[in-house]
Design a binder for this molecule. Sequence first.
Ligand code: BJW
Ligand code: ZN
Length: 257
Amino acid sequence: MEALSLVVSRLQQCQRVVVFTGAGVSAESAIPTFRDALTGLWSRFDPARLASPEGFLSDPDLVWGWYEWRRRKALLAEPNPAHLAIARLLPLVPELTLITQNVDNLHERAGNQHLLRLHGSLHQPRCFNCATPYPLPEGIPDEPEGGRRLTPPRCARCSGPIRPGVVWFGESLPETIWQQAEQATNQCDLLFSIGTSSLVWPAAQLPFQAKQHGATVVQINPNGTSLDPVADFNLHGPAGFILPQIVNALAEEPLQR
Ligand code: BJW
Ligand code: ZN
């Protein structure tokens, strides 16, 4: 039997499924990944300057302008067949936990209202000093090109600079969310790792942890990653092509539980 049918038949026997996603899931919505050689953000922008607290403190206008440019891109994007297939999977399995590293809101807009965001959100900025949430104005920011500097707004409570509500390098992941992600991972029967390079820790450890706890690990990615030797199935291809095939097959087949 081909790998895809085997994955479907494993899914039919599962109680608990974890879907763990990275930037590759949004690539087909024209949101750039980080590490793809030609199209990734880090091929054009320096992560140390743009995605660290030190970078923000040394040049807040550069960082805020870059994130507003990305927020605009995310708001203009639409969920793609991969996001939609994950949303369609939800009612087809007894229990599904969606864990994402992505900071766009395309999973929610596809129909997954409950998800664990490991790296925060582009849409929930807060004060750098006191963490008070900052209410963004309605609508799509007027930001024509990447790299345009923009002075961050100030906090109404303490006048500190407003920062993007994302997790930068060297920062801890939100504790409760991380605990929930680890618990779902340790208890699941099958984990999908979709569109992630498996390079950024601690998030990258989740598929390895699932495997150690006895789960079937299914990776969907056009390229190889360090997870390849550990995954039970490596489905090489775009998520927007592979996931709908899995979900369509599952929707058609009678359950075997
Ligand atoms: C497709 C596709 C299609 C394309 N279909 N697939 C040395 C060793 C180990 C760890 C460290 C180390 N030095 C430092 C660290 C720690 C550091 C880390 O992991 N660094 C590594 C890079 C080495 N981690 C941290 O700092 C974390 N915090 C932490 O460790 O806290 C403890 C601590 C506290 C104090 C001091 C020290 C430690 C925090 C990590 C936060 C990551 N933040 C970012 C930015 C978020 C904000 C923003 O968006 O700007 O999160 S970095 C960036 O990478 C972003 C992503 O969520 C994350 C993961 O990237 P992802 O999703 O995997 O994307 P890509 O681009 O890497 O891969 C895309 C994949 O999709 C590719 O494989 C493609 O092939 C594939 N693809 N098209 C399917 N159509
Ligand atoms: Zn403040």
